[in-house]
Design a protein around this ligand. Structure first.
Ligand SMILES: [Zn+2]
Length: 552
């Protein structure tokens, strides 16, 4: 710590009294336009949290509304996690922080464009936290693009209470059920608007209705007109609070204000007079800036992808054992079962036994239930807005098997995979069939994407050879896998990591398909220390003489 204290002293910082282990120093940052007085607070000498630098006072050359500075004057000079400070060299770490804060303030002071761009891109954060009291968080469901109002629902979980703005009572009930909350529909509505104009950065965020009007008018006159139109109609006067949610390019902004009780009743039939009042004396009414948190399935399944998800696609998973359970869990996260047309079908005739639990996504609560049914229940509990169907039957008894945009064969059983392959070829279906399986005792996982575009079929992975039974086209394992018997059932031991590995491979191929091309269509991934031959991942041509797909 001595080194750090010397550094701070050399930069003109002096300690002030604080409760240990917190250390507080006052000093100033040497910005180009002049010194900026700051307070430096160090609570965590491991630097998992960056030292806090806050403005002690704001010099005139810095604007009132600054990017990366919150309402309490705290500077966000590094985005959380952006830089790892070296706790073994705290003096250097502190120097990095002070230098970065100085650079940031210099940019804010020198370059108005930088200030505007950065506030614009983080606008919802300024909107929500640029006020002295923390905003009330309101959940926002899936909002249809054409919706003009949505309802407020109140969800109670013991002591906790959440508001949800949603266009769909079913969505509210599904969410409440999965949260174990009681839900009530309130009479309140929230008006919905949207704009494609980036938010205009104001000198400071609006605090009153009048300031809101002036700011929105300078930002987007269509949006302004939308607000005025809503305030010119009777409906909002039936509630004691007017609420608006605006969809912008950088996220949703929510705001609302209380309505004057006597006036709203008096003007119940002449809303334009109430609006007029808001433009005059009523404009001093305090504006609440809400923190809207999207919780709808469109947001949840889209947020982490830079391409489309499985929205509106019909996906079937054959096999809900070790591999299939992890595959289904991944597909549902990729949006399978969402959208009006979307369906995720899970097919498996078997029950979940104790022998499965050690490498399945489900646990004891599902014991002795059908794998398909229990997996469906669990995934619906986690993702209540997805349409998931259980079919506890053999895939071959399922007449609608190929009525899908994608089928995943996660049975990991060669005989079943071959039969599915044969059905696909016989029916001439355009639906792609993704086979995924585990090799040996989990040394490798492999997958083949087969469709009607002319590449190899599942059986093309064997070489037709009268002298060698089932000769592999691409030999992989160097040694015979360990087999065990359990009563009269033989099985191949492998750890839970193997089906997870297989599911990751299958998910990557589905993501590649969503981006337009599932190549390489035949993929092999092996463990680092596995005793296997290297098999190149590639697009395969058909095998000459393949008994399944060779043309007669
Ligand atoms: Zn073939």
């Amino acid at each position: 710590m001595g080194e750090s204290l010397r550094l701070l002293r050399s930069r003109g910082f002096h300690p002030v009294a604080a409760r240990t282990p917190r250390r507080v120093f006052m000093g100033s940052l040497p910005c180009t336009k002049g010194p900026v007085p700051v307070k430096l607070t160090i609570e965590d000498w491991n630097f998992l949290e960056y030292p806090r630098i806050s403005l002690a006072e704001r010099p005139a050359f810095l604007p009132a509304l600054m990017p990366h500075v919150d309402v309490l004057g705290h500077l966000c000079y590094f985005a959380p996690g952006a830089v790892t400070l070296d706790s073994y060299d705290p003096a250097i770490a502190l120097a990095q922080c002070l230098d970065q804060a100085t650079v940031m303030l210099d940019r804010i002071a020198a370059d108005p464009e930088y200030r505007i761009d950065d506030i614009q891109s983080e606008f919802p954060a300024h909107w929500e936290y640029g006020q002295l009291s923390l905003p009330w968080t309101v959940f926002l469901g899936d909002i249809q693009p054409q919706a003009t109002t949505a309802k407020y629902f109140i969800m109670r979980q013991g002591e906790r209470k959440h508001a949800l703005v949603s266009c769909d009572p079913d969505e509210a009930h599904r969410l409440a059920r999965t949260l174990g909350a009681a839900v009530t529909a309130s009479r309140y509505r929230c008006w919905l608007l949207q704009t494609t104009v980036p938010p205009r950065v104001p000198a400071q965020m609006p605090r009153t209705v009048k300031e809101l009007f002036a700011w929105v008018r300078s930002w987007d006159c269509t949006l302004y007109a939308g607000i005025q139109k809503a305030l010119g109609e009777k409906d909002y006067l039936q509630q004691t609070y007017a609420a608006f949610a605006v969809k912008t390019l950088v996220g949703w902004l929510g705001f609302g204000f209380d309505l004057d009780q006597l006036k709203r009743l008096g003007y119940a039939n002449s809303p334009k007079r109430y609006r007029n009042y808001l433009h005059n004396a009523g404009g001093a009414q305090h504006l609440f800036r809400m923190a809207l948190r999207e919780v709808g399935s469109r947001f949840v399944h889209n947020r982490n992808l830079s391409y489309k998800d499985l929205y509106n696609q019909r996906v079937t998973v054959v096999g809900c054992g070790a591999i299939g359970s992890f595959v289904a869990a991944a597909l549902v996260r990729l949006g399978a079962g969402t959208g009006k047309l979307g369906r995720l079908k899970l097919i498996d005739p078997d029950d979940l036994g104790p022998e499965n639990l050690g490498r399945h996504v489900l646990g004891y609560p599902a014991l002795m239930q059908t794998k398909a049914g229990a997996l469906t229940d669990e995934l619906l509990r986690q993702f209540p807005h997805s349409a998931i169907e259980a079919h506890a039957c053999s895939a071959f008894d399922h007449s609608q098997l190929f009525a899908a945009e994608l089928i995943v064969d996660a049975t990991g059983e060669e005989s079943v995979s071959e039969y599915l392959n044969r059905l696909r070829l016989q029916r001439g279906t355009p639906t792609p069939l993704l086979h995924v399986w585990i090799r040996g005792n989990g040394e490798s996982v492999q997958a083949l994407w087969a469709d009607s575009e002319g590449g190899a079929c599942y059986r093309c992975l064997l070489v037709p050879n009268a002298r060698v039974h089932r000769q592999e086209r691409f030999p992989l394992l160097k040694t015979e896998p360990l087999r065990r018997t359990d009563g009269c059932r033989a099985y191949t031991p492998y750890a839970v990591s193997a089906p997870m590995h297989a599911a990751a491979l299958a998910s990557d191929m589905v993501c590649a398909w969503l981006q337009g091309d599932p190549s390489p269509r035949f993929r092999t991934r092996s463990q680092e220390n596995a005793d296997v031959y290297k098999v190149k991942s590639q697009n395969l041509t058909r095998m000459a003489g393949c008994p399944a797909c060779a043309r007669p």
